[in-house]
Every structure is written in structure tokens, then in C-alpha cells.
Ligand binder design. Structure first.
Ligand SMILES: Nc1ncnc2c1ncn2[C@@H]1O[C@H](COP(=O)(O)OP(=O)(O)OP(=O)(O)O)[C@@H](O)[C@H]1O
Length: 271
């Protein structure tokens, strides 16, 4: 069964938000990761590519108010606030790396947490809409999130972010650890969310597949941008072909267990 119907995703805002990032710097303590980054996220789907440690997650954390940043960030011409609470209120939602669901809570409870700023009645309305947008989650409404497959959990994480009715949805490596078919389905959903009017900024390591669904892309290395452009052109560019040749190919087993293990180690170190 597919995860979605042919109806557009009605949860997101339809403001076609436009994010402008000007001279952004951010890091951890004295360790500066991002140096004077300038980029824009236009309505549609923008992807940020780059190797491990390039600073992709750091970019999303800085935009989301999880770490301090310098430089300017404008959402539709208005300064984006610096605290996560206010960033969510401004209409920006993040699907974090590793999903970060509450494993002992049901699908419904996890989804409801995505609408914590909304009134009770509005939360109920959005939950109904989330189940309409992701019919399979309705069947699993009472299942504990921790007992779901990786792909199912990623769908819950995306649906939870959409519960805040964002104008800008940010996703951090949503395909990590998923089987190829699930990656395709997930990216199709992300594409449809963008088509329905929520601007999307997605960080990915699956270069080939990400560029196939995106409108525009940036390539980041060591905290700076080394290439940008329309996704179709970027896919044919020498910077992508030389640096990432084969990077978008699927592992023979259909899973990325090694990547998952590396990710868990990194999460443990960061904790
Ligand atoms: N909490 C932290 N404290 C200190 N340094 C960190 C922290 N998180 C990340 N870093 C460092 O910042 C740099 C950028 O990391 P970041 O996670 O943004 O990269 P990335 O491009 O998202 O890579 P990946 O694909 O592995 O997630 C790395 O050198 C990393 O070691």
C-alpha cells in the first residue's frame, strides 16, 4: 500500500516561503563549522549535498535555533528568530537526523507533539489531515513508534513535522538507513509536499536520488558552498560527477547498516 493518496498534502502552509541566508556562520563553542554561507531556498525543493562532516546538519541546526548563529537569515523578508520555539512559530519545521521519535509513545501521540503550539481543536483537525495525507499511519495510530520499521518511523517523523503546518520544511538526511524502495517513496512524498506549497530544504547524502527530485541544489564541503544550481544541471556537473561518482548508488543489500552504525556513534558522541 502506498503511503499517500493523490490528494495534495493539505497540512502545510501554502505561502510558498522564501528563505534567504546571508553570511551565515555557526559552530560549536570556539569551533567554527560554517563560514559566511550565503544561499537561498526558493519555493519548491532545494537540496544540500556534501560529504560527512561538511556542515549540513550544522546548517539546519543553526536555522532551527538549536545552535547560535551569526549573519542574516530572512524568511519572506523578515528576520528569522533565533530560538527554536519562535522559529516553529514563524512556520519552520525540522525533521531531525535519526527521526528522534518518542519510541514508547504511540503514533498518534508522536503526531500530536508536532502541533504543540496549536489549540486542542486545531490539533485534532491537523491529526485528521495527517491521517488523510498518510493513510497508513491511521492504521498504525495506536502502535508504539519504537516498534515500527525505519521507513515507517521516518514517515511518522515527516508527518509530525507537517503537524506544525510549516511554511518551510527542513529534512536532515531522511533517506538514511532506508531500503531503496522506501527511499523512493519517501522522496516522492517530499516532492509532493513541495508541490503542495510548503517550501522544502533537504540535506541528503543520496546524491543521485536527491538531485532527481529536487529543483535546485547546493554542494557543501568543509563548511563552505562549492557548487550550486538547478538540480538537473548540477547532476551533470563535473563537481558532482568527480566527487560523488557512485555516491548515489544503492548498496547491494538494499540497506545501509554501516551508515546507521556510524550515525549512532555520532549521536552518542554528540549527546
Ligand atoms: N555537537 C557538536 N560539538 C562539536 N562539534 C560538532 C558537533 N556536531 C558536529 N560537530 C562537528 O561539526 C562538523 C560538521 O558536522 P555536521 O554534523 O554538520 O556535518 P554533516 O555535513 O551533517 O555530516 P553528516 O553527514 O555526517 O551528518 C564536523 O566536523 C563535526 O565533527
Amino acid at each position: 500500500m502506498m503511503w499517500h493518496r493523490d490528494t495534495p498534502f493539505a497540512l502545510g502552509g501554502s505561502g510558498r516561503a522564501h528563505l534567504q541566508v546571508e553570511g551565515l556562520s555557526a559552530g560549536y563553542g570556539a569551533f567554527l563549522v560554517l563560514r559566511e554561507l550565503t544561499l537561498e531556498v526558493r519555493p519548491g525543493l532545494t537540496v544540500v549535498l556534501g560529504p560527512n562532516g561538511a556542515g549540513k546538519t550544522t546548517l539546519l541546526k543553526a536555522l532551527n535555533g538549536l545552535i547560535r548563529r551569526g549573519g542574516g537569515v530572512l524568511l519572506d523578508g523578515v528576520d528569522l528568530p533565533e530560538t527554536t520555539h519562535q522559529v516553529v512559530q514563524a512556520g519552520v519545521a525540522l525533521v531531525p537526523e535519526g527521526r528522534q521519535l518518542f519510541p514508547q509513545m504511540s503514533v498518534t501521540e508522536n503526531l500530536e507533539l508536532g502541533a504543540w503550539l496549536a489549540s486542542r481543536a486545531e490539533r485534532a483537525r491537523r491529526l485528521e489531515q495527517a491521517f488523510a495525507d498518510f493513510p497508513k499511519l491511521r492504521e498504525r495510530a495506536q502502535q508504539l513508534a519504537g516498534t515500527m520499521s525505519g521507513g515507517e518511523q521516518q514517515m511518522v517523523a515527516v508527518a509530525r513535522a507537517m503537524m506544525s503546518a510549516p511554511r518551510l520544511l527542513m529534512l536532515d538526511e531522511p533517506s538514511l538507513g532506508l531500503a531503496p524502495r522506501m527511499v523512493d517513496e519517501l522522496l516522492a512524498i517530499v516532492r509532493r509536499i513541495a508541490d503542495a506549497g510548503t517550501t522544502v530544504l533537504m540535506v541528503e547524502q543520496n546524491v543521485k536520488k536527491a538531485l532527481a527530485v529536487a529543483d535546485r541544489g547546493y554542494v557543501m564541503e568543509r563548511g563552505t558552498l562549492v557548487a550550486s544550481g538547478p538540480a538537473k544541471l548540477l547532476a551533470r556537473s563535473s563537481v558532482i560527477r568527480e566527487a560523488y561518482l557512485g555516491a548515489g548508488q544503492e548498496p547491494a543489500t538494499g540497506t545501509t547498516t554501516a551508515a546507521d552504525a556510524a550515525h549512532r556513534r555520532k549521536a552518542a558522541l554528540a549527546a
